[in-house]
Design a protein around this ligand. Sequence first.
Ligand SMILES: O=P(O)(O)OC[C@H]1O[C@](O)(CO)[C@@H](O)[C@@H]1O
Length: 430
Amino acid sequence: MQVDLGNVLDTASAHGVSREALERLDGRVAAAHDRIERGRAAGEHGYESLNLPNSTDPAAIRDAVSRFDDPSAVVTVGIGGSALGAATLTDALESDVDAYYLDNVDPEAVERLLDSLDLSSTVVNVVSRSGTTAETLANFLVVQEAMADAGVDWADRTFVTTGEEGNLRDLADQHDLPSLPVPDGVPGRFSVLSTVGLAAAALCGHDIEAVLEGAAAQEARLSDSLFDSPAYAYGAVSYALAERGMHQNAMMPYAESLETFSEWFAQLWAESLGKDGLGQTPLRALGATDQHSQLQLYRAGPRDKLVTLVRATEREDVAIPETDLDGLAYLGGSSLGELLDAEFEATEASLVAADRPNVRIELDRVDEHGLGELLYAMEAACVLYGELASVDAFVQPAVEWGKRAARGLLGGGDFEEADAVEEKSRLVVE
Ligand SMILES: O=P(O)(O)OC[C@H]1O[C@](O)(CO)[C@@H](O)[C@@H]1O
């Protein structure tokens, strides 16, 4: 994996950052790296996340899922970091096992999925670090009833990934369900390289050891200089550009297989860095598709965006047949991959021509190793950005208000936040 910063320099984009400014920032990167390494060594909350390539035991994960012989489908019931990491992996990789995610409580979507499944050959993986998340527990109860209605012994087809306490742990103990622990000191959005993200991948037959090897390759590149570490290079320039008004970051992979990765990145970046009035808003985009939609804004809208373009340098390809259709002969004889690469490079140049800074991230392939590199590098980049911005990247207090309000509305307790819902101001236009 490599990160190319050429198009964020002010020699390329008038609103970029100078090489001298990056070199000055590198001194702060060294101090931040030292702080990160001390946190890792001490197993401090959050910093522990960057130890996962070595602390995660793939054999234990494989052992836990080995009891489920030959599933046709895996349904992960979880939300946020308890679903997006696993989904990033299984959506990016091919498998004979269908992987689905119930990570919302939209009744029509839940019913549509459950009606489509052969529940007798489906494995249900209920994932919740806290074990108390309302959406996850509500969805599990619905899935449990659907399995019972289908005549399936739900306890025989379910395993749980959760903490040492909470409703989900109680349920697992009560029904003697197979379970996996969640790693201490690792917030959900940083937990893909653990039981939380890897169990579903293992059930789908993916090489979770290779994911961890890729992550370890990027861990080995962490250093006291952004010029020696792809992860820190990305984290440092994202921070530097945010300081220069690029308050949004459009994550734009040129690979359908990485579309879910952008969702995972959005939680990682927003929930880690959006604090104290600071942060960099992640936008989800997909190349080449969004050249025909959002690129207009990125290129000619407000000068407040970094665009991150990601591609694999090796991929399967499809030839474009020769044609005598007027005006299309130039396409014939090339390939979709060549067209995708031409559009990737044209979009980069298009943004530079409009003085819009952009970063290129290149993987060798979108395979288990490449995904491990990319996921770990983004996590380390996020941790570094948090250190440079002096925000605590590992807590998410702002999400709790809404949870209390929703729980109060459902009679789950007496919360003043629920009262505020009743006081909503209204101006209805019909
Ligand atoms: O794994 P849990 O505890 O169910 O939490 C799910 C998600 O909800 C959050 O805690 C936010 O509410 C995320 O940080 C987390 O990934």
